[in-house]
Design a protein around this ligand. Sequence first.
Ligand code: PFF
Length: 449
Amino acid sequence: MAQQEQWKSKIGFILATAGSAIGLGAIWKFPYVAGTGGGGAFFFLFITFTLVLGMPLLMGEFLIGRKGQTNPIDTYRKLASNPKWGFIGKMGVFTSFILLSFYSVVGGWIILYIVKIVTGGLSVQNDEQYMHLFEDIISNPFSTVIAQFTFMLIAILVVSQGIQKGIEVASKIMMPALLILFIGLVIRSLSLDGAMEGVKFLLVPDFSKLTSESILFALGQSFFTLSLGVSVMVTYASYLPKTQNIPKSAISIILLNTIIALMAGLAIFPGVFAFELEPNAGPVLIFAVLPAVFNHMPFGMVLFLAFLILFLFAALTSAFSMVEIIVASVTKSDATKRKKYTWLTGILIFIVGIPSCLSYGVLSDVKFFNKTVFDLMDFTVSNILMPLGALLIAVFVSRFVSKDVLYSELKQGSNIGNIFFSIWFVLLKYVTPIAIIIVFLDVVGLFKW
Ligand code: PFF
């Protein structure tokens, strides 16, 4: 059997998993789903789901990953001593594949914006024009497909080298830089005229705005931002030495990710209200609002460029994790096959993603269930496959892996006590599956409210 690689340092693992978590989910998706899903009430639910369901699941994925020390498909087989459980890993591979096919489209949008700034094409007269400018950019079939391809190419080149090399070093610089830039951005946003309207919109819950669908979106969003239910965290934890403190790592990642999502919200919504834009503008929201906020700062375009580069980096480190789970599964961690299969995977994902890419332009009228191809892919992955994967993983870990194995694995590298373990176990065994099932049943209309 191929020798499993290991992270070079403790912080390397945190950075890579935080890199997988922090990406388009917190920065691009969170503001727009919060904007369409009810503002403060959505945010409240998102935080609750993150803490009550996301946290135990993340620890669960870390635990079985480190215990298994192999690719995600074999991890499930090994820990349950039954080959049929490998399907959870296979489902994760499939979900990652579809996810990256539309994720790379948005990654391409960031690249296009970077090119626009560098070539001087982003100077407009008034703040509302950014919306139209952006819609123009993403409706061009040629440049968007090329940009999507470029995004995938970078992911292929890095992952084919083995993720440890690139990610650990780069993340140590980029992640703090992203945080610092976000702090500056939030300060600027909060000092815009009318900023408080935006803060209220994001933070003050009005539960009457919630619908069954927005509850599902909040659930999906909390899994999406933490890369849960896909076995990506299982894969990353398989490279983990036994000395790593799992609860502490999980808490750090959740904290970092939530702070970034909160800052994204605080950077965007004051701008939305100050410039009289619509909070429910959808996927275009951040691309229309942020340039306007930066425009109102000294050296605005230079800072916007720096922001976009860091944003692209954040999206790429998430993309690496999606490619990694697929490559780790098909090569069974055999390093000699890595290059070939990374290329194959990357190119296939790019091809499957083309219709999503075109659905903001030439394919905008092609709809299934009243959704464009892009929206359909996103909905299927974020609101069906990821929560379903999370449900299966919660059931698997809490019911099919021996409790003693879990306890002794969790104890390695941490000194958590019995009580913490029991709370974690109950959350995973009962609360997580029941909550996910209730949200699903609610969406299909079982509970009228
Ligand atoms: N967590 C990533 C983000 O928020 O952008 C998205 C993601 C990465 C989801 C990897 C799932 C995954 F397996």
